[in-house]
Design a protein. Structure first.
Length: 649
């Protein structure tokens, strides 16, 4: 057994050999510039104190945090970025003084605007950019079209560089009849994980601050942003009026030529590609207009080509604008073509309650398409389908596969048929009952599959996988979380050393890759509020972490000084550790996670297409292999829990 010192050394060596650090190491800025930046940052902090409780404070804090991060974490990537920092601090000082005087002119200004919000994930202040058309007025009665633009890959797009960019350039597209929203996306992740949450939080902030039309909201992007668009369009087809991906990637296996390289991943990792592979969700474009763009000579034309192949299987043909003789950029003639198509789609707008729905999902993380909400699956990570049709007489016909519960949900004003006729609902050829419309023209009812029969019923509230509580491990970082570190001694030097190395890595990786400071508390510091409102990421074992000891009796684990077992799988408790996700026994509406952060590791830094989950719901990790850039140790066993959070028999 390796000693603690040997284990720590091996872990350090493994991290040093990671393919690529993200972000890259910074450079020194001139000493006099650094001194000026530090002095002005201090001045900004002093000016923030009088406005500390102002609701628009995030619009000031974005400048402070961008500069503070660059100073603290060596994230000046060019020597002239010190001058950028000074300009941002000047803008922050101006806004702070304006707020102190009861003014906020940027909230009613047109042009290039940067703003901020406080994220639910970690309480950090996150920036976003806007391009407000010259014709916009805050008093406009009619809501504006909103286009979400997702950026291409940049390994040096720190907060400092993002804000500087958004204050200087409108971007690839800036239609005069649309507000353009540029989310930060939490750096360089193709809007996966925290980046996905960031886009939705930025969209919510923009909608709160500007009158925008939910039925004329588009998602767009190029390169990495094209990959982001394929993903967000396919998974959130319910919320957009249209999508316009440019280049990028749409899946993992073929884009990376993994089979040709002989790179065979574990079965559970391949299954988890179904989380972000847009190809698997192609049917969802039945309800979402789509215009793709590629340069004729661009390698990333592969994304549109493979999506067209999968769309063909669903009876659809991709609208694909191709820039002639063009590599990785927009052809000038293609841009007005794309803009014209999106403008035509905007005239019609999103149909919130179409008569025909086709919906595919593999996880309850993505469970809604217009008026259909999937509530339970027969088996996660296998294809689930719902095809629904409103017939001419107002009856509803539904066909399902791998679905055991769903809700028909027309909100007020959504049901366009007769309010005094209760439509008959037929599911998989069976008469399942009738739903009575309400006088506000809403129509709602849940259906549950009992054996082979569908019934109009409410789903029971027992322990089961449900939207936002379905795993896998990485899902815990889609909402508020607290890293809970141990205060006691571990079961062995090896386990204690591994916990120290992995928890430190988790905290630092959240900072570097997902651009926030993770909330970290000792086990004895956890409060009722933490349990009620946050997922708990528990580091240690029953001997070292009091929270683990408290919840252990209600976990599907046997864990004592000698033995660690999950079901029939067991190992020496002094030489292995569990990583897993499970509903928190202290609050089943939240998760606990044992000994894991995001399961992708440093080897994925080379390309966003490999930033995918690496472990399922639970695993046993042998410590004879030190943690490194590919995995946290030797994976002795890994699997998913079933739909009631039990081990598979």
């Amino acid at each position: 057994m390796k000693t603690l010192i040997h284990l720590a050394f091996a872990a350090t060596l493994a991290f040093a050999q990671a393919p690529k650090p993200l972000p890259p190491p910074g450079v020194a800025i001139p000493a006099e510039t650094r001194a000026a930046v530090e002095a002005k940052l201090k001045e900004l902090n002093q000016n923030i104190e009088p406005i500390a409780k102002h609701p628009l404070l995030p619009d000031v804090l974005i400048f402070r945090e961008a500069v503070r991060y660059a100073l603290t974490y060596n994230e000046f990537f060019k020597a002239d970025e010190g001058a950028k920092a000074l300009r941002l601090l000047d803008e922050g000082l101006l806004r702070a003084r304006q707020l102190a005087n009861g003014q906020s002119p940027w909230t009613t200004a047109t042009g290039l605007i940067v703003r901020g919000f406080v994220s639910k994930l970690d309480g950090s202040v996150q920036p976003y950019g806007l391009v407000i058309p010259a014709g916009w007025r805050p008093t406009d009665a009619q809501p504006w079209r909103l286009d979400v633009w997702l950026a291409g890959r940049s390994e040096v797009r720190s907060e400092l560089n993002f804000l500087s960019e958004r204050m200087a350039r409108a971007g690839e597209f800036a239609p005069p009849d649309a507000i353009m929203l540029h989310p930060y996306g939490r750096y360089c992740n193709a809007t996966k994980f925290a980046g996905e949450v960031d886009v939705m939080e930025a969209l919510a902030a923009a909608r709160q601050n500007y009158r925008t039309d939910r039925d004329r909201t588009f998602v767009r992007g190029f390169s990495m942003g094209g990959g982001s668009t394929w993903h967000l369009a396919a998974h959130y087809a319910d919320i957009w009026a249209g999508a316009a991906p440019g280049a990028g990637f749409a899946e993992t296996k073929e884009y990376q030529s993994l089979e040709k390289k002989g790179d065979i991943r574990p079965w559970y990792e391949q299954k988890l590609w179904r989380w972000y592979d847009a190809t698997e969700y192609a049917a969802n474009f039945h309800n979402l207009p789509l215009v793709a763009y590629s340069g004729e000579k661009d390698r990333q034309i592969q994304a549109a080509q493979i999506m067209d192949r999968y769309l063909n299987k669903e009876g659809m043909t991709l609208a694909h604008v191709i820039g002639p003789n063009t590599e990785h950029k927009y052809h000038p003639d293609s841009k007005p073509d794309i803009e014209g198509r999106l403008a035509a789609i905007a005239k019609t707008g999103r149909d919130a309650f179409p008569s025909s729905i086709r919906f595919t999902t593999y996880t309850l993380r993505y469970n809604r398409m217009r008026w259909i909400v999937v509530d339970a699956l027969d088996q996660h990570w296998e294809k689930a389908r719902v095809n629904a049709q409103i017939l001419d007489n107002g009856d509803i016909q539904v066909e399902t596969a791998n679905v055991t519960a769903f809700t028909i949900d027309f909100n007020a004003g959504g049901w366009k048929h007769s309010p005094d006729r209760a439509p008959a609902i037929r599911i998989d050829g069976q008469r399942a009952g009738n739903l009575q419309p309400m006088t506000d023209r809403s129509l709602r009812g849940g259906f549950v599959k009992k054996g082979s029969s569908w019934q109009l019923a409410n789903l029971d509230e027992g322990l089961r996988k449900r939207h936002g509580l379905q795993g896998p491990i990485d899902d815990a970082f889609f909402s508020s979380f607290v890293m809970v570190t141990p205060s006691g001694n571990g079961l062995s030097e090896a386990t204690a050393g591994w916990v120290k190395a992995e928890s430190s890595r988790a905290i630092s990786t959240w900072r570097s890759l997902f651009r926030g400071d993770a909330r970290v508390k000792k086990d004895a510091e956890i409060t009722a509020d933490d349990i009620a409102n946050s997922n708990l990421i528990l580091w240690g074992d029953p001997a070292s972490n009091a929270v683990i000891a408290k919840v252990l009796p209600k976990l599907p684990l046997e864990w004592n000084a000698n033995k660690l077992a999950i079901g029939s799988q067991s190992c020496d408790a002094k030489a292995c550790m569990p990583v897993m996700i499970y509903p928190n026994p202290l609050n089943p509406k939240r998760y606990i996670v044992l000994n894991s952060a995001h399961t992708m590791r440093e080897d994925s830094n080379v390309t966003n297409s490999q930033q995918t989950p690496r472990l399922p719901d639970a695993a046993l990790v042998g410590l004879e292999e030190p943690p490194g850039p590919v995995r946290p140790g030797k994976i002795l066993w890994a699997d998913f829990f079933n739909e009631t959070w039990a081990l598979k028999q």
